[in-house]
Design a protein around this ligand. Structure first.
Ligand code: PGA
Length: 259
């Protein structure tokens, strides 16, 4: 069984000093569990200093974005090559990148490839908008984003990818899809992976849910069959709440193992 993956996306919050305090506080509150991987994704600037502070047995580090060229005249960008050795994971195609920064599918697929080429794990985000959902296009949208995001990835490389299903309308809103809705999307994603990379890859790939995850809904969300982890935004900025989420993830993992 793949380790459950709990990812804290701190977005553009916490300067370097506050990020360091949050890591300190989390390191005191969070127990290390063998079957759970916890990834913290601070802003790029804080990533560098947290990489010197973090106990990598307790937490892995992730970047929230990267650029796909290794180096060059790309003002303002940080490449996957520069993150190598600092980050273990990189989030790619987050809905805020897609919708606020108008990141194109072409960039997203190049980024996934760059992350893997540089020896890190990619967390590819997919998810429909409220309009796409009400038009009944959810399955089609997430399938297209998945196929496009993985277009350059070989069947060996896909082992370095996790998929985060994050409905755009659920991010930061307090609205969460029903377990049945999440399960339906999880099935669409695994089916497509199976078509592209075979049954084994489809079983092994980790599929996360993200969007308004908190300490109250963690157990329910992680109990959805096929959900292997969570991508947590707002709730990951509060040490007590994020520690409670991890404890619940551990409890769900233990329950699954005893089944
Ligand atoms: P949220 O954000 O948990 O604050 O809804 C999730 C995300 O954007 O990854």
């Amino acid at each position: 069984m793949a380790k459950k993956l709990i990812v804290g996306n701190w977005k553009m919050y916490n300067n370097t000093q506050k990020a360091s305090l949050l890591l300190h506080s989390l390191s005191e509150k969070v127990e290390t569990h063998r079957d759970i991987e916890v990834v913290l994704c601070p802003n790029t600037l804080a990533l560098q200093s947290l990489s010197l502070q973090v106990n990598r047995r307790q937490f892995k580090l992730g970047a929230q974005n990267c650029y796909w060229r290794d180096e060059g005249a790309f003002t303002g960008e940080v490449s996957a090559t520069m993150l190598r050795g600092i980050a273990d994971y990189v989030i790619v195609g987050h809905s805020e990148r897609r919708h606020v920064f108008r990141e194109a599918e072409r960039d997203i697929r190049q980024k996934v490839q760059a992350v893997i080429r540089n020896g890190m794990q990619a967390i590819l985000c997919v998810g429909e908008t409220a309009r796409e959902r009400s038009d009944g296009e959810t399955a089609e949208v997430v399938r297209d984003q998945l196929v496009s995001g993985l277009a350059n990835i070989t069947s060996e490389e896909v082992a370095s990818v996790s998929i985060a299903y994050e409905p755009v309308w659920a991010i930061g809103t307090g609205s969460v899809p029903t377990p049945a809705d999440i399960r339906a999307v999880e099935k669409v994603l695994r089916k497509e992976i199976s078509v592209l990379y075979g049954k084994k890859a489809a079983e092994e790939i980790r599929i996360l849910y993200g969007g308004s995850v908190n300490a109250e809904n963690t157990t329910e969300l992680l109990s959805v069959k096929g959900v292997d982890g969570l991508l947590v935004g707002g709730a990951s900025l509060k040490a007590d709440e994020f520690a409670a989420i991890i404890e619940q993830a551990f409890a769900v993992t233990k329950k699954d193992a005893n089944k």
